[in-house]
Design a binder for this molecule. Structure first.
Ligand code: UDP
Ligand code: MG
Length: 318
């Protein structure tokens, strides 16, 4: 007991929520510190993901007011997953356990105690899982459900209804740091790290201010990344498709030869056109998907840094 907890919160244009979020989190942390549940070296670490508004100024002010607040400022907007990773890797140096959560506090912070309890009883990873999706729109609910199903069919191990609200021990974070991939999909990587895990259920609230930083376009890109970064099944499907078409073309060959030998040589314009279009289409589709993977290989071989930290505000009492 009494180990050091860091909360890591990626923030992109969150000036509307930060004041409220920080005071709620401060209250939570203080009560846990007073109860000697976590150590007084525990911190709330905000990661500013290249916000265009006053987010970083607010973080700097918070740091001036109370050294429990700390901050990491990225050199530009790198997206939620990279910002989260920057925070986790920074926190890993100081903390025994780290919980990641969103700035809008849609995830119920009252279950933090339970996360920590699971950690003390020996779990290295604790997944926060939404017990219901009442606050989501019908569209988001059904697409999300379908997505988890597709992911599982493709052999990707993801925890159902778990976003990025989770606790990770120092050991698990060290494992995470071994994953060097650029196309980050943390939800897919964390189960691969291993160690003992547990699940804590919670209700997801509505965003209390500001709007979602995940428009449909970003969400789709994220979902696609999740599939292509973890599964080569799409390539297999193409191979199977190609093989079946090859068999079909053999049948067609025998058929057209026999038609020719039996003297009925009227050329079928319809079938010809259809085949040209179909084969052309399938080839293009296949090239597209293969290109998708080559694109990933290209990105990975470049091994660009996934984030660059500009400033760091962390004060450790010794
Ligand atoms: N976020 C970020 N960088 C981005 C987009 C989002 O750091 O480019 C952060 C955002 O500030 C929030 C979290 O990621 O803390 C989740 O975003 P949001 O709540 O908008 O997503 P939603 O809950 O609507 O899926
Ligand atoms: Mg949100």
């Amino acid at each position: 007991m009494n180990e050091t907890l860091y909360l890591v919160i990626p923030c992109y244009n969150e000036e509307e929520v930060l004041t409220e979020t920080s005071s709620r989190l401060l209250e939570k942390m203080n009560s846990m510190i007073e109860n000697k549940y976590i150590s007084e070296k525990s911190k709330i670490l905000f990661v500013n993901d290249g916000s265009k508004d006053k987010t970083w100024d607010i973080i700097e002010n918070l740091y001036e007011e109370n050294k429990i607040f700390s901050g990491v400022n990225l050199s530009r907007n790198k997206g939620h997953q990279n910002a989260l990773l920057a925070g986790l890797m920074t926190a890993k140096e100081h903390a025994d356990m780290v919980i990641s959560l969103d700035a809008d506090l849609q995830d119920d912070i009252d279950v933090i105690d339970e996360f920590v309890k699971e950690y003390y009883t020996g779990s290295d990873v604790v997944y926060g899982v939404r017990s219901s999706r009442k606050t989501d729109t019908f569209f988001k609910r059904t697409t999300a459900l379908g997505y988890y199903k597709v992911m599982n069919k493709l052999g990707v191990d993801v925890v159902y209804n778990h976003a990025d609200y989770r606790l990770m021990s120092k050991r698990a974070l060290e494992g995470l740091s071994e994953f060097k991939e650029v196309n980050l999909f943390l939800r897919g990587i964390v189960p691969l790290i291993g160690y003992k895990y547990s699940i804590v259920e919670y209700e997801r609230h509505e965003r209390f201010a500001g709007e979602s930083k995940y428009p449909l376009k970003k969400m789709l890109a994220f979902a696609w990344d999740g599939i292509t970064s973890f599964s080569i099944k799409p390539i297999r499907i193409i191979s199977t498709l190609g093989f079946s078409i090859f068999i079909l073309s053999l049948v067609a060959l025998v058929y057209s030869l026999s038609v020719k030998f039996f003297g009925r040589t009227t050329t079928g314009w319809t079938s010809l056109t259809i085949s040209i279009w179909m084969i052309g289409g399938i080839q293009l589709l296949s090239l597209g998907v293969i290109g998708e993977y080559i694109g990933k290989i290209y990105n990975e071989t470049k091994a660009r840094p996934r984030y660059i930290i500009k400033d760091k505000l962390i004060k450790n009492k010794e």
